[in-house]
Design a protein. Structure first.
Length: 577
């Protein structure tokens, strides 16, 4: 938790925690009275054994019992209240950071898909669970341990020394528990996460696994990861359970040893029977927070790991600074000397790329696989930041727009369309809980998908499963295009828009592109298939990350593609190389 590289994230987490400092003070006050009232039991025992039994006064016993019942009620109320307060401290901490962590997870996942940033939300939840758990409240109780030990010492020094010896042993066990259980717990969490990730991958590709007879092999791979996870979990449980059982056994032995030593001192007329019982109760109170901390140590470890991971995440993905709201831009895209290095790589996928797209113009971006077409799409949508050069939309550079605002101006149809659990209308409306029906229908019409959607059972209100299951690739692609059109963007970027479309779908796509051009929108189409560039006025040819050609479609095809005549006559045949 002291890594200097994560200082920014540490400061952010501490600031969120400090917002509830007055609640911590309230818990401290409640803990003070709760621990003071824990002396009720020992004092009651002293009075019963040393006064009531000696005087044989039933009235005194009844009065003491009623008073003790009242004090225990107050103590229970104090303990209950501080538990409720700490639960709200944890909820407040999580609520304060939910959006920040969620945004950081999305931004990091977009920049580095290979890294698992999604655990950030689980890390935040693990810290919240610790804050609301009894183990954190034990932090307010542990300072009272010396007080209780001092109380035992007042009865007799030997009793105090026995209690101190027991406390030292329990503290030593706590440190040994931390030392020996950290690595097994970490390995168990990693193994469990890998097994879960593998099961998710297999579930996502369940149709392929089923159709290609891969269930046996998939099960063997999964069960191997699962067995390793179980083995590591058992090992971590064994280590933690060993210390928990040792702590419980030692505490019970110490209580009996306290009674035994107290009985010996009673026989020597050095303490009273009441002091013997009171000392045993006080020692239990003194050692209870330590035992609780040891028993809940896995929760502490998970929260500590979550805190470190959150610090790293928030340090790597700083807070986005608010930007001045800009007016709706013109559909003018200017790319100047653009260089893009994919996250996590050193070699640029695009180098010194320059071109201009004017309003009402459709530009086809073609080139061999690996030429940089998808990289260009990610850069134009603001997902990947330029390493050099600028991208301007209507004058301002892309980084002058808020991410959500830029998403309203730039419609994007990725190569792999992802749909989310919900209705078709909600998916078109970018997951809005209450979609604007007029905008949804207009977007679908703009994408020439309205007729297809109304033929579905329930039409726009048809619920689709996560990932768009039960929809064909072409249907998902056309719904994805409607989603790109939902906010009436000024520029639309289509990455392989007809890769899953049949002839009817391709015809609908071309009609949609014509409609966009007529409305003055700019369109960029990353394509391998010639059918996708039929409506393009201009072609941009990329080769090995650089611009090989840019200009009117016929001129570029004539100079770069040998069979351009066949492509012009039969756009559905062959492929653009």
């Amino acid at each position: 938790m002291t890594n200097p590289m994560h200082k920014a994230g540490q400061d952010e987490l501490r600031e969120a925690r400090r917002e509830s400092r007055w609640l911590y003070w309230a818990v401290g006050v409640f803990s003070f009275f709760a621990n003071m009232l824990m002396l009720t039991g020992p004092i009651y025992m002293l009075q019963v054994y040393d006064r009531v039994l000696g005087s044989r006064s039933e009235a005194t016993l009844v009065a003491l019992t009623l008073l003790v019942a009242f004090l225990y009620g107050i103590m229970g109320f104090m303990d209950y209240t501080r538990g409720r307060v700490m639960a709200r401290v944890g909820a407040r901490f999580q609520s304060r950071l939910d959006k920040r962590v969620f945004d950081a997870v999305i931004r990091k996942s977009a920049l580095k898909p290979s890294e698992n940033a999604q655990t950030g939300l689980a890390d935040l939840e693990s810290v919240q669970r610790l804050m609301a758990s009894p183990v954190l409240m034990s932090v307010f109780d542990i300072p009272w341990t010396p007080v209780f030990l001092a109380g035992i010492m007042l009865f007799h020094p030997w009793l105090g020394l026995l209690a101190i010896f027991g406390g030292v042993i329990l503290i030593l066990i706590t440190f040994l528990n931390q030392l020996f259980s950290r690595k097994p717990a970490l390995e168990a969490n990693i193994a469990s996460h890998r097994a879960t990730m593998m099961s998710d991958e297999i579930r996502t590709g369940s149709e392929m696994v089923q159709s290609m007879g891969m269930r046996g092999a998939a099960f063997e791979r999964w069960v191997k990861a699962r067995d390793k996870s179980l083995k590591q979990s058992i090992h971590a449980s064994d280590v933690g359970g060993t210390f928990t059982s040792l702590t419980k056994t030692l505490r019970l032995f110490l209580q009996s040893a306290m009674l035994g030593l107290g009985a010996y001192l009673v026989l020597q007329n050095e303490v009273t029977p009441g002091a013997m019982i009171a000392a045993s109760i006080l020692m239990g109170r003194a050692l209870a927070p330590i035992e609780l901390a040891i028993g809940q140590w896995p929760l502490v470890q998970r929260a500590n790991k979550g805190w470190d991971s959150l610090s790293e995440l928030l340090s790597e993905v700083p807070v986005e600074q608010p930007r001045t709201a800009l007016p709706r831009p013109q559909a003018l895209l200017q790319v100047q000397s653009l260089t893009v290095v994919p996250p996590g790589e050193r070699r640029a996928s695009l180098r010194n790329v320059s071109f201009v797209v004017k309003p009402g113009q459709a530009v086809g971006v073609i080139g061999p696989s690996g030429a940089g077409k998808s990289t260009l799409a990610r850069a134009l949508t603001g997902v990947w930041r330029p390493a050099g050069g600028t991208i301007r939309l209507g004058g301002p550079s892309l980084d002058q727009y808020e991410a959500d605002v830029l998403g309203q101006h730039v419609g994007y149809l990725p190569q792999d369309v992802e749909l989310f659990e919900g209705t078709i209308a909600q998916n078109i409306a970018k997951l809005a809980e209450q979609p604007d029906a007029e905008k949804v229908v207009n977007a679908a019409k703009m994408a020439d998908a309205h007729d297809m959607i109304v033929e579905f059972p329930d039409g726009y209100d048809r619920r689709i499963a996560q990932g768009g299951a039960r929809l064909s690739g072409g249907e998902k692609q056309r719904i994805g295009l409607a989603r790109a059109m939902y906010d009436d963007p000024v520029i639309v970027i289509l990455d392989e828009p007809n890769s899953n479309l049949d002839n009817a779908g391709s015809t609908a796509l071309n009609a949609s592109i014509r409609r966009m051009k007529a409305e003055g929108k700019s369109v960029l189409i990353m394509a391998h298939r010639p059918a996708a560039i039929v409506e393009c006025d201009t072609l941009l040819v990329l080769d090995n990350g650089t611009v090989a050609a840019f200009g009117p479609k016929e001129e570029v095809l004539r100079s770069t593609v040998q069979n351009h005549g066949q492509i012009a006559r039969s756009p559905e045949m062959g492929g653009v190389q």
